[in-house]
Design a protein around this ligand. Structure first.
Ligand code: GDD
Ligand code: MN
Length: 381
């Protein structure tokens, strides 16, 4: 077995043209092609005299971000690029970037030049001196600002999110929503198994997953206006933010996906009742056919919403989506049969009242549908 803690440097390491990096800079990117070369130029200028490396993590952006980054990487050994195919997500991109690197200290910075990279040397100094294990670029300490980079409604939203997050933080942090921070690798490796990994708020995720107050320092910076491209923050990202807080608040007992799946299921019930009322109640269609129609509509609604929300990161499109829908009908059909069967059994043999029997059947169906669709319909790639 290889023991990395006592590993001797390989003979060829002596030929290595550069010292090992002291700082790995992780840069999540989606459609940031025009910003990549400028990012590298700025890192090169601001980190002069420090051995650093940059890892661009791109989710197969249509604008060719990965090709630009790999073009630079081919000429500059300090630069690397991970191109993830069929995946999306800022937080998970950061996680993979950090895990792909080995420097004792790691920084995460947006690839759109909105964060102030000139803070990086000070961040590294605080980590290396042991003064802090986490350093945050903050817009909310003396000297920091968010005005330039945010529209009014984004600023309000950010304030609301920060206030909400403050309630669950284990230590005071003025800007837990920042996407710009640096930390000791040990800390990251310690928390990574517990990270939620969805959405935008990787820093908040790290803080909430640490399980102890971290020694933190905040450095002020002004959030800059975007030069090229546009923000990827949308309504789903906000839902994911609330999901992260819920997940951390309930201690990760139930997977977030399950909660989302169950909530979408409730939406399906509403759709079901609406169609039933319309077809049977208002239009006088027979109860049987009305039920069949309502079930079909409810399953379709559930599929579409789950595909957009619950399984956003594995979203099916085109033919794969039709195939997924057919599988979903099948899974839910079996689930519904099992629901009736279990409820009937419990009612007769189990001595449960019809209410409890019905609830037990419904819970079983949700779990069945969730497990089966997670493994068959939206398979992890
Ligand atoms: N790989 C990858 N995958 N990168 C992504 C994705 C994704 O799905 N979504 C966004 N990014 C990249 C963007 O290309 C950009 O480099 C960075 O992540 C931030 O995304 P923006 O869409 O520009 O976010 P923002 O400017 O609205 O907000 C950012 O800054 C705030 C202030 O620090 C985020 O980092 C917020 O979390 C943060 O609060
Ligand atoms: Mn941005």
């Amino acid at each position: 077995m290889d023991d990395t803690t006592t590993a001797q440097p390989l003979a060829g390491a002596a030929l290595a043209p550069r010292p090992p990096a002291r700082l790995s800079v992780i840069i999540p990117c989606y459609n940031e092609a025009p910003n990549v070369p400028e990012m590298v130029r700025r890192l090169d200028a601001t980190l002069a005299g420090i051995a650093w490396e940059a890892v661009f993590v791109d989710d197969d952006s249509p604008d060719g971000t990965a090709a630009v980054a790999k073009g630079i990487a081919a000429a500059d050994p300090r630069v690397r690029c991970i191109r993830r195919v069929g995946r999306r997500g800022l937080a998970s991109a950061c996680i993979e970037g950090v895990l792909s690197s080995a420097a004792p200290h790691v920084a995460v910075i947006d690839g759109d030049l909105q964060h102030d990279e000139t803070l990086l040397p000070a961040m590294l100094a605080l980590l290396e001196s042991g003064e802090a294990e986490l350093v945050i670029g903050s817009r909310h300490v003396e000297g920091g600002s968010a005005a330039a980079g945010f529209t009014t409604w984004r600023a309000r939203l950010s304030e609301a999110g920060t206030a909400l997050a403050a309630r669950v933080l284990p230590m005071p942090v003025s800007d837990p929503m920042s996407g710009f921070f640096a930390l000791k690798r040990e800390v990251f490796e310690e928390v990574v198994p517990r990270l939620n990994g969805t959405g935008f708020k990787i820093l908040l995720d790290v803080i909430l997953s640490a399980g102890r107050p971290l020694r933190v320092r905040e450095l002020a910076y002004g959030f800059r206006a975007r030069q090229a491209g546009e923000s990827k923050l949308d309504a789903t990202v906000m839902v994911e933010f609330l999901g992260l807080l819920v997940d951390k608040a309930i201690g990760g007992i139930l997977p977030l996906r399950f909660l989302s799946f169950a909530a979408v299921g409730l939406v399906g019930v509403v759709a079901h009742m609406a169609v039933l009322a319309l077809a049977h109640g208002a239009m006088g269609l027979g109860f049987g056919p009305s039920m069949a129609l309502a079930t079909l509509v409810a399953m379709t609604v559930n599929f579409v919403v789950n595909n957009r929300l619950t399984y956003r990161d594995r979203r099916l499109r085109g033919l794969a989506m039709l195939r997924g829908l057919a599988l979903f009908y099948l899974v839910c059909g079996v689930g519904a049969l099992a629901n009736n069967g279990v409820a009937a059994l419990l009612l007769e043999g189990g001595g449960l009242g019809w209410g409890l029997a019905g609830v037990a059947g419904a819970v079983m169906t949700v779990v069945w549908n969730y497990v089966m669709s997670a493994t068959l319909v939206w398979r992890a790639r």
